[in-house]
Design a protein around this ligand. Sequence first.
Ligand SMILES: Cc1cc2nc3c(=O)[nH]c(=O)nc-3n(C[C@H](O)[C@H](O)[C@H](O)COP(=O)(O)OP(=O)(O)OC[C@H]3O[C@@H](n4cnc5c(N)ncnc54)[C@H](O)[C@@H]3O)c2cc1C
Length: 424
Amino acid sequence: MTGYSRRLILGGAGACLALPTWAAAKPRQKGPTVVVIGGGFGGATAAKYLKRADPSLRVVLITGELTHITCPFSNTVIGGFASLAMLERNYDTLKSRWGIIVVTGMATAIDTAKREVKTSGGASFGYDRLIVSPGIDFKWGELEGYDEAAAQRMPHAWKAGPQTTLLRRQLEAMEDGGLVVMSVPGNPFRCPPGPYERASLIAWYLKQAKPRSKLMILDAKDSFSKQALFQEGWGALFGDRVEWVPAGANGRVVRLDAKGGWVETDFDRFFPAVTNIIPPQKAGKIAAAAGLTDSSGFCPVDPATFESRLVPGIHVIGDACIAGEMPKSASSANAQGKITAAVVAAQLQGEAAPEAKVINICYSLLSPDYGISVTGVYGVRGGIRASVAGAGGVSPLGADAHFRKAEADYAFAWYASICSDSWA
Ligand SMILES: Cc1cc2nc3c(=O)[nH]c(=O)nc-3n(C[C@H](O)[C@H](O)[C@H](O)COP(=O)(O)OP(=O)(O)OC[C@H]3O[C@@H](n4cnc5c(N)ncnc54)[C@H](O)[C@@H]3O)c2cc1C
């Protein structure tokens, strides 16, 4: 026994977990290799916390990008009060401070028999354990007429980067009085409150710059995250500028023609000036290629260890996994990265995997000065990650402007904190 014990960490990033006490132990000369695929919130956090747990591990982080542009806070770019450059995160500190080997390139194949990952650069990396955090890909074509070419005219902006800039430019170029339409998919999808935060920040921009314009949300669902709080805020801030059309009121978009400039529900056709389509989603491509996905397109995992239920020895975290009641969020991905790092480090030491309860917190901005939040605590119950009864909660309805401003400030602080926790 190496004196394994646990301590609780309640970080600004909102995750609590058990870390081994041998975290600060003298490094062994040569430890086992853990490969991590994906350098977003899940993968970057897992890589860093593996090295924190056991500095002797050889940790290889394979990521498709030189810098990661975060989706959290990308709605502020669309709303016009932040720049895309503010959302860029690089891997310098993970390399220099934590000694992580960062490989830029796409993981193209996983050979589970040889325990090897192949990359687009032609290299292969052997592993003792593998953690996969590739985020999402889109189910192109599931919404009739929506493919990669259509996304150049009707952007999704659901992966931050050029698509975010495109949507912002379209809003700027639109004439005052133009109609903006957003299409929101059915569950599950990345960031359940994200579409409604986006609607709010677009409405906030319209209020300043295009006061005769309106925003219509065509939704494939009949309810949504923090609904009462969003609707209260929309009424107070934007009057009738925002219209939400639920599935039950014919809100689900069933087809579109990006060249023709229209979207259709079962009974109506709209010709918006700007159209934002958030398409149905699945786990990042490499997950399916490695046999990690089920018929939902996402990856079933053990809720305690995040080890794949389909391929032993591979852990899947972040948006790509099916995490029970935990939402697909940066906060969840970061927390799952920590759990999985602790589990993998312990297992490689021949120790039992620690158990952890974790927090997810999702802030949403309705304007730069108006924030709301939802928090949940998740443990293992009934074979899934389930919320702990009586823990967590949402912002109160009817709070005053001072309270909403404080929550907006907390949202900015949360963003700085979770980025630092993941990449620094
Ligand atoms: C508009 C918007 C707003 C959001 N706001 C919030 C918020 O306020 N709070 C919150 O908690 N969450 C928010 N989210 C959700 C959050 O962005 C995701 O849940 C989070 O990024 C998931 O982390 P991940 O590690 O699973 O995926 P990602 O962060 O997307 O990281 C995946 C990484 O893997 C890389 N990759 C993919 N495939 C491969 C491969 N084969 N080889 C190598 N690399 C690969 C990608 O390039 C990427 O860098 C928001 C999302 C959106 C769209």
